[in-house]
Design a protein around this ligand. Sequence first.
Ligand SMILES: Nc1ncnc2c1ncn2[C@@H]1O[C@H](COP(=O)(O)OP(=O)(O)OP(=O)(O)O)[C@@H](O)[C@H]1O
Ligand SMILES: O=P(O)(O)OC[C@@]1(O)O[C@H](CO)[C@@H](O)[C@@H]1O
Length: 305
Amino acid sequence: MIYTVTLNPAVDYVIQLDNFEQGTINRSKFDYKEAGGKGINVSRVLNRLGATSTALGFIGGFTGKFITDYLSEVNIAHDFVSLEEDTRINVKLKSGDEESEVNGTSPEISEKAYNHLLEKLQGLSHGDVVVLAGSLPTSLPQDTYKSLVTMLNKRGVSTILDTSGKALGEAIQAGPTFIKPNNFELAELFSEEVKSDDDIIRLAKRLHEENNIDHVLVSLAKEGAIYVGATGVYKLNAPKGKAIHSVGAGDSSVAGFIYKLQETSNAEDAAKFAVASGSATAFSKTLCTKEEAESLLNDIHVKKL
Ligand SMILES: Nc1ncnc2c1ncn2[C@@H]1O[C@H](COP(=O)(O)OP(=O)(O)OP(=O)(O)O)[C@@H](O)[C@H]1O
Ligand SMILES: O=P(O)(O)OC[C@@]1(O)O[C@H](CO)[C@@H](O)[C@@H]1O
């Protein structure tokens, strides 16, 4: 069974304007709200691809209810720990072709709430897959993902990690099964400039070999992705197209990778489907459908390096 863990979910409030002007009243051309947060997006894309998952994490208030109502409506199982405080609202502002984001602050996570989540995860075992994705609420320590990965690894659970900054730096020491940093997150992780594919491959190989991470997929937005794993190093181009809404593109790549790897056990196919899913999301108004992802597969070429 696949579980996604979103410790810091969000209602994404997406606003489109022709031209945002600072210091004055702007009126949106259109706006909408979506159930967001990286793990929740992974569950949503898995659902669109035809794979079942259960969404876990912390949820609270009217914003939390918006998310759980939506998940129930689209038949995504969920078992969140309830909080008193509202789940945050993240603003995604699109002005012309520019995208800006203001992500809200997280509610406080009490020790009791954290232990409640831990109990749910402690019930998992070999064969289960857990996706840990997104930022940590500010009240949780930076090594939270590290301790969760350590605990899950001991139980034989596969761990997929998509986070950034110090939380990522700590968690890679526990050797998750799969990580998907983008090139900026990779550079930050090693405090190095990443200027070329060779730089990316060198650092991704270190993660694979020294940190024991089976699959390292470095996403490169419109440049595609580079994969490093036991079967080799692959460079994948992204299909050409007009990027409409890139929020959730990375989460779609994670979902696409997990979905295809479970289906075929082939890392090259999984990396290709990851790029297709990420690009399909970037090219559409919201998260991709299976048909949209599949329609891009012929435009993605995998080069073994
Ligand atoms: N402009 C684009 N054109 C084509 N494909 C894109 C574009 N932007 C993103 N993608 C696709 O989405 C994947 C993930 O994108 P990216 O590297 O931006 O991840 P990310 O930084 O985690 O994204 P985000 O935080 O926006 O979800 C890429 O590997 C690519 O397949
Ligand atoms: O603040 P975080 O947890 O790093 O990212 C949260 C977020 O920006 O990520 C998703 C897109 O990947 C959005 O749905 C959500 O608003």
